[in-house]
Design a protein around this ligand. Structure first.
Ligand code: SF4
Length: 381
């Protein structure tokens, strides 16, 4: 039987156009060289994609027209199609985008006073099934590639009216169930898109092997744990992951992570009335952060409180007084605590909601019920 050398993943093929947004400049040079072209053409293409916001080969006007057509036949710049867009009064802009295979995911541009950020999805749907999350209720379809993750960033940046300085992996999906693609996307955002490692944040529900891998990589990114409860019993009521990775194991992995990276981790805590917002919960949370001596002492962490945004009838937001009391109790115990600045409230910016709405607007879908929606403006494009 004749043997054949397997094609390099960077070999040009008209059957499967290569998504260039998943590649470094050096890899794009290699791809272009495989087409018989000078390597500097690859540098030009990468420059257009990563630094000049080109959404198609046609926009790369310093490339000969014939070359643009040649590239378009075997590669893709990866700019996804915008299916719907919502803009909040505070400027927060949420995009529902269609990928090459027709699947849709969300990404969000978030403006702040002196900087702006993009929230990225890492999976189509999510298998983690957190009860408070619209994405979790929609099930899981597939992982995104690094190129599909970076393409969301490039799309949002191309539409942003000011520089984008940060990126957060907090959109649809659990990033640490797609670790290889996420690590490549982090690398590309840092080295190709110019986002400093300390301006990159990855949020996980606590996938221990993924946290251990991040610790080995020693990246200087920000790691956030979606904690949301100070004990496994409470957590398991709305986060099935608690049955797979108990908190003592997750906390041990976080301690190893902080020891390896010297980076403080963030413990995200969604405050839900009557579920996890009592003084006893605050005390247990403080115990968890301060740690026992035999557990390794205090965890290098800050607690970030997120009052629940009432977009579903199932859970309620605590009163302002209740939120302040919870925060004060943590501070009294010596825990570093912040409260998340809430953005995009009028467009239901929690992940997965726009996608669910688009699905329920499809012909034949049942009408949706959504309490307390205010001023939502959905532009279908
Ligand atoms: S909160 Fe995150 S991990 Fe949980 S279901 Fe939603 S997308 Fe998945």
């Amino acid at each position: 039987m004749a043997s054949s050398t397997p094609a390099s993943p960077l070999s040009p093929s008209p059957e499967a156009p290569l998504l260039l947004t998943g590649l470094t400049t050096a890899q794009i040079e290699e791809f272009v060289a495989a087409l018989g072209l000078p390597r500097y053409r690859g540098r030009q293409v990468a420059d257009w994609i990563y630094r000049r916001n080109a959404g198609s080969f046609e926009e790369m006007t310093d490339l000969p027209r014939a070359l643009r057509h040649q590239l378009a036949a075997v590669a893709s710049v990866g700019r996804p199609e915008v299916v719907a867009r919502t803009v909040d009064a505070d400027g927060t802009t949420k995009y529902l985008v269609r990928l090459g295979d027709g699947q849709t995911v969300e990404c969000v541009w978030l403006p702040y006073r002196e900087w702006s950020s993009v929230c990225l999805s890492t999976q189509v749907g999510c298998p983690m099934a957190c009860a408070f999350c619209a994405t979790g209720r929609g099930g899981f379809a597939r992982n995104l590639s690094a190129g599909e993750i970076v393409a969301q960033f490039l799309l949002a940046r191309a539409h942003a009216p000011c520089p984008v300085t940060h990126a957060v992996f907090m959109g649809m999906g659990e990033p640490l169930l797609n670790t290889s693609a996420v690590l490549q996307a982090l690398h590309l955002l840092n080295s190709e898109c110019g986002i400093g490692a300390r301006n990159l944040t990855l949020s996980t529900v606590g996938i221990v092997p993924g946290i251990q891998r991040l610790a080995r990589e020693k990246l200087q990114i920000n790691l956030a744990l979606s904690l949301h409860a100070p004990d496994d019993e409470t957590r398991a009521r709305f986060m099935p992951v608690a049955q797979h990775f108990p908190l003592p194991v997750v906390l041990a992995a976080l301690r190893d992570y902080t020891a390896a990276t010297h980076r403080r981790v963030t413990l995200e805590y969604l405050l839900i009335a009557g579920v996890n917002d009592s003084p006893a919960h605050a005390d247990r949370l403080a115990d968890l952060v301060l740690g026992k001596k035999e557990e390794g002492g205090p965890l290098l962490a800050v607690v970030n409180l997120i009052p629940y945004n009432e977009t579903e009838a199932r859970f309620r937001r605590p009163s302002e007084e209740g939120i302040r009391r919870f925060m004060a109790r943590l501070k009294q115990r010596g825990v570093a605590v912040t409260r998340r600045l809430e953005r995009g409230e009028t467009i239901a910016a929690a992940c997965g909601q726009l996608r669910r709405e688009a699905a329920s607007d499809a012909p034949g879908a049942r009408p949706r019920r959504s309490p307390r929606r205010r001023g939502t403006a959905v532009a279908r494009t």
